[in-house]
Design a protein. Structure first.
Length: 228
């Protein structure tokens, strides 16, 4: 229970609640484990509730009719999934798939709505979380429409280094492991084009590989004049 309480208190959604409010939320949660590759939410299906990701990584994405995958977001510890469908009662809009073994705290829809009705602070935090996601989606759409592949790919790597990077002697090691197909799905390009660009940056000493992880050596070479 102390570990669950700490996970809630550290998440952007719940972190500003006081200890009594945290305990009220904690009383409504159920612990859930999901193995790597598990489908946590499926597009078109109802959402059973809101889940707080305590450990592991989750990909939010879509599969087109021709089989192409589009990755909309990568979520990690502290992020929530299923909140939109819980709020509007509509089916889930995208698939959520475990990229690693995951540990989640889940709150059933009726219980979560009851918590929202009883806490203005929680409502405000949920609106802030949703607004932040909308901003990220808008930025991603802008990149897809207006930026070339090196810019899109560079910005993605900088974001991954910021969100999931750990300092090592040579630079920043991106702890989330993504295949070239995963990266291509995020930036909206073919795997071959992504491979060529990554290889070019490796030859220039901008990036390196470390046991399947990307190692960012020279972030300034990717930043240019655009924010990460």
């Amino acid at each position: 229970m102390p570990a669950r309480r700490a996970a809630l208190a550290a998440s952007p959604l719940f972190q500003r609640l006081d200890p009594a409010q945290i305990d009220a939320v904690l009383a409504e949660t159920q612990l859930r484990r999901a193995a790597r590759g598990s489908v946590l939410l499926q597009r078109g299906h109802p959402s059973a509730g809101v889940s707080l990701l305590v450990a592991g990584r989750v990909r939010i994405g879509l599969v087109a009719e021709d089989g192409r995958e589009v990755t909309l977001a990568l979520l990690g510890p502290g992020d929530v999934i299923g909140e939109m469908s819980v709020l509007d009662g509509e089916p889930v809009a995208a698939d959520a798939t475990a990229m690693e073994d995951c540990l989640l705290l889940t709150i059933e829809r009726a219980r979560f709505l009851r918590l929202l009705r009883g806490s203005g602070d929680l409502c405000l935090r949920l609106m802030a979380v949703l607004a932040q996601r909308l901003r990220r989606s808008n930025a991603a759409l802008e990149d897809m429409a207006l930026q070339d592949l090196p810019t899109r790919l560079g910005r993605l790597i900088l974001r991954l280094a910021r969100d999931y990077g750990s300092p090592v002697p040579r630079g920043q090691r991106i702890q989330v492991k993504l295949s070239q197909q995963d990266i291509a799905a995020i930036v909206g390009a073919s795997r071959e084009k992504v491979n060529r660009q990554l290889r070019q940056w490796e030859e220039q000493g901008v990036l390196a590989r470390d046991a399947g992880h990307l190692l960012l050596l020279r972030p300034a070479a990717l930043a240019g004049d655009a924010p990460a």
